[in-house]
Structure formats: structure tokens, C-alpha cells
Write a new protein. Structure first.
Length: 310
């Protein structure tokens, strides 16, 4: 039913404003999942209307844990617009904060709370996860300038210890084995009052290809080409709607890596059971035009960059 509705909206001859008004009228009686919201965004070419679509349905979502599927559709400028309009805490990526970029005004309360949330995650999941940070013209309550040259103070987990002016820049990352899922759920419930009746396997772990290196993007293309050359079904991964939309779901990526490893003659195995050396060797074994084009004679350096990013 949703697909049929979306097809009618997309095919309509109405202008973008009229289409948005239609969605505004029906949004109060609709509940949508993140993948459906993601599909709705492509009704418009103009980023401004995509932002309006998120504003309409962000509180009608049934799977907040997968909101990254939606927000990763936007560039950093549009994401900043959404944060300003909805609130930095309201759309804080509690469940999937990986690869998020932040520019926080310390004179505004909700942005100070967002800064403290990043520090809480940093303390629990690893100080190295908060990186590329800097404090620009930040001053504390006593009027002293604050710097973070030696690291972000753990005291910043308490909003009372944060600077009261200036701008704090930071990025966040976290490997799966360091992830504290229980804490993330606790913060989501405490600060957003959102139901946390979910398990870790309910999350569609995903990453934006904008954040990936050139080697990772080339590797995905290589997987597709190799599948065609070897008459295997791995290229079915790229038939997934989220893949066509430029997103690489981590779960999907892992699943189809298993299929690719069978081409390497390594058998079916979990990702953490395959070494970089085996992966480099597997690509070489394929002896295909796609493999040669992907590796480019770099003695496996481009191949090694893929598991390093994952």
C-alpha cells in the first residue's frame, strides 16, 4: 500500500509544494519506518523539500534506531538545518552516532547537551572515538578561555562544566566491539523519552558512502562486476533499495562479503575470521579484469583499506 501511495505521489503532475501539502494532510494518520521515509525523500530533487519531509514524519517513525538511513541522505549543510529546526538533542543519533560531525554553539542549551552526550559516549566507549575536536573562542563561567589541546575533559559529561560561549567542533566514531548498546538505549530513553524495546540485532547498522574512502566505493563496484563475470549472485546486493540510494548497510555488506569470500575459495566464514592477507590473496585468485582494475598493481594496499574502514 505504501509503495502504491508513493508511486502516485511521484507520478503526480502537482508541483512540489502541492505534493508536500498532500503529505502534510495525511502524515497525522501515518506511521512509517526509516526505509519508507528514505524512499519518500526521493520524491523531490530539491533538498529543501526533503528537509520538510523529515520535519513532517520524524515524530511518526516507528524505528528511531534506524534514523541514520534517513539522515545520511543529507549533506552536512542540510543536516545542520534539520538540527537547528528540530533541535540538536531531538535528532541526536543516540543509537548510531558513528561518523557524525558536530559544530556546537556553547551558548545554546540544547547544543551544550549534545556536547555532553558526546563526552558521555566517549568516556564509555573510548577516548579515541571523539576526534578532530577543537574549541574556538570558548570561555567558562569565570571568563577563562578553554582549550582542548590535551584532550576533551571528561568533566564535560556534566553540562555545568561546559564552556558557556564559543564553538566546539568534533567528530565521533566507534568500532562494533567497543559499542555500549545498553548505554545508548539509556540515553535515548532519558533525553528523548523514546521507547527502547529493541535489541541490537533490530538495528540496521549503516554507513554513509560519503564518509567512505575511494577504495571502499571502488570495492563495492568491484564486487558487482566480479559477480557478473563469475555468474554469481553477489550483485544482488546492489539491487537492495538502500544500495541504489547510495547507502551501504553494514549488515548487508557483511552478508554479501560472505558470498564474495566463496569466490575467493575460502568457504563461508564470518568477517572477523578472515585476515587482510587472505582477502588480498582472494582478490588475486579471482584473476579477473575487475580485480586487476580494482587493485591497480598496488600489492593489495587498496584491498587492505576496505576491512580497515569497515
Amino acid at each position: 500500500a505504501f509503495d502504491k501511495f508513493l508511486t502516485h505521489v511521484h507520478a503526480s503532475k502537482l508541483d512540489d509544494n502541492s505534493k508536500l501539502n498532500v503529505l502534510r494532510r495525511v502524515s497525522v494518520s501515518m506511521l512509517v519506518c526509516a526505509r519508507q521515509m528514505r524512499e519518500m525523500l526521493d520524491v523531490w530533487e530539491d533538498e529543501k523539500f526533503r528537509e520538510h519531509c523529515v520535519l513532517l514524519f520524524c515524530f511518526r517513525s516507528i524505528d528511531r534506531q534506524n534514523e541514520k538511513l534517513v539522515l545520511s541522505r543529507f549533506g552536512q549543510n542540510s543536516l545542520e538545518n534539520l538540527r537547528q529546526r528540530l533541535g540538536f538533542v531531538t535528532i541526536f543519533p543516540f543509537i548510531q552516532p558513528e561518523r557524525s560531525c558536530w559544530q556546537l554553539d556553547m551558548s545554546k542549551n540544547d547544543q551544550r547537551v549534545a556536547a555532553s552526550l558526546l563526552v558521555k559516549l566517549m568516556i564509555a566507549e573510548g577516548v579515541e572515538n571523539l576526534y578532530d575536536f577543537k574549541a574556538v573562542k570558548c570561555f567558562d563561567k569565570q571568563g577563562f578561555q578553554v582549550d582542548v589541546y590535551t584532550g576533551v575533559p571528561t568533566a564535560w559529561a556534566d553540562t555545568k562544566a561546559l564552556p558557556i560561549s564559543g564553538t566546539f567542533f568534533a567528530k565521533y566514531k566507534c568500532s562494533p566491539e567497543r559499542r555500549k548498546f545498553a548505554l545508548r538505549k539509556e540515553l535515548l530513553q532519558k533525553f528523548d523519552n523514546w521507547s527502547v524495546q529493541m535489541k541490537e540485532q533490530d538495528v540496521a547498522w549503516s554507513s554513509n558512502l560519503r564518509d567512505a574512502g575511494e577504495e571502499v566505493v571502488d570495492f563495492l563496484l568491484f564486487v558487482s562486476r566480479t559477480a557478473v563475470e563469475k555468474s554469481q549472485g553477489v550483485h544482488g546486493a546492489l539491487r537492495d533499495p538502500s544500495a541504489r540510494l547510495g547507502l551501504a548497510p553494514v549488515g548487508l555488506f557483511y552478508a554479501h562479503l560472505d558470498k564474495l569470500f566463496s569466490l575467493f575459495q575460502l568457504g563461508t566464514a564470518e568477517l572477523d575470521e578472515i585476515s587482510k592477507r587472505e582477502m588480498v590473496s582472494g582478490v588475486a585468485k579471482l584473476n579477473s579484469k575487475s580485480a586487476a582494475k580494482f587493485d591497480g598493481g598496488s600489492s593489495g594496499q587498496r584491498v587492505e583499506a576496505v576491512p580497515a574502514w569497515v
